[in-house]
Design a protein around this ligand. Sequence first.
Ligand code: SAH
Ligand code: SF4
Ligand code: F3S
Length: 513
Amino acid sequence: MDRSATIYLETFGCQMNVLDSQLVESQLRGLGYRFIDDWRAADVVLYNTCSVRDHAEHKVYSRIGEVGQHKRRNEDTVLGVVGCMAEREGAAMLARYPQIDLLCGPGELDKLPLLIDNMLRTDLARRTRRRRENVALQGNTHRRSGTLAAAEDRLEMVDLARSFSPDEHHGSAYVRITRGCNKFCSYCVVPQTRGAEVHRPPDTIVDECRQLVEAGVVEITLLGQTVNHYHFDDTAAVSVDGVRQPQVGGSAIRSPNLPGTSFAELLARIHDEVPDLQRLRFVTSFPRDFGDDILETIRTRPRICRYLHLPVQSASNRILRLMNRGYTVEQYEDLLVRIRRTLPDAEIASDLICGFPSETEEDHAATRDLLRRSGFKNCFIFKYSPRPGTSAHEKMEDDVPEAVKRRRNNELLEIQNGVSRAIHERYVGRTVPVFVESVSRRAEKSRNTADPSVTVGWESAQSTTQMCGRTGGDLIVMFDGEPGQIGSIVDVQIEQAAPLALFGQLAGAPVVP
Ligand code: SAH
Ligand code: SF4
Ligand code: F3S
């Protein structure tokens, strides 16, 4: 077993994958492995992959191709494909790409260290002329049911074993509250790749948040595919050695009267029981499950961020029905009214899919109109991508030509750019608290390339660096600051607005988190 081996890990896809990669990396570091940035020099190359659109998978296939070439000369390199592609494609992927040594779905991540150990060990065996066997682990294809099955939930150990070392976060951390998804939107692979919805016990979540804050975390983002569908029935919870176990979720529409801990109650508990947490955020919310109890909890708790990510997907009721989203555009817009009434300062982001099977110009026009009137601070716009195994792929023809999808995509992007700019302009002249995330990419690029044509910021300053952060409402802010501010909250006076970001200057000393 060679634990001095080096690992290269690259992550694709959503925040859930980012968190999985962080957890896997800290676990493997704990076992003695070293992580490096140059894949060609690594003993083990791991890709944590996403299957949500064809494009996401293609990026990984091209990486796999490159590693295949590399392995012709460096046959000891271990190539592992982890995450949603491993789950979706399974062993078929091994047949097509013999350079892959191990596959590990998101439901089997607890076994990854053992798999890697085994690979490196059989590598020694291979040198004595025995062939290394590929391994494929998938787990989410069985949609388990009942609390007892969840009580044996080994995946929970991966979250429970997380490291709280300040070296492993920069003031910001993800905390998973729900795994999987039960919605089965007709276009989406996530219910297949991530399996059935499972909710983590509230005490475990609050504890994890508390420990992160004690370790210096300023901002926590709760994660779930339908995060506001969270519910934990404390009365029915199964415990092992006195510790409550995660619970398989139902598909019921959330009602505040259901016994147990609701999403609103979980938010309130974290806010109230972890008073030193500066910012509490959550993604992604499912429109149908967004009750007034959640809005009221946010209204009365200042450290819960006024930011909601509520993907609408389409503004045509016919398309929403075909997508199996479970709401009408009227219900969605009623939610926007309720949000604006209760939280007038909230920023809302959304997602849209254009070119869904049978989408007409009329459907598309309805979506354009919705974008114009909704005031989303930003909107992720995707061209429909048929995913094998989903009901849209099985039952509906992908009949909107690529060129039409592209045009609709561009039209929506253009409208959204105007809307985002108008929202950003409202902030000019105001001073807003900004959580500092990183050195801005442009500043980073100019430092790395020493290219004088890449200026630092919109008003170049020699003694400072352009930093990048976010407001409580999730607006991106660029300002002249210094890397030492990463992980803290500073006040920035906003001077200029663009569609994608705000630009400003520091207003006084950093606010100590
Ligand atoms: N759980 C989240 C979203 C997860 S996937 C939710 O339900 O809101 C992120 C986004 O990818 C979705 O909101 C959707 O807009 C987009 N998406 C998912 N499957 C897609 C597909 N097959 N083609 C194009 N876009 C897709
Ligand atoms: Fe996919 Fe729908 Fe679940 Fe979101 S809610 S992950 S879009 S199935
Ligand atoms: Fe992609 Fe899997 Fe996330 S498919 S969006 S990485 S849950």
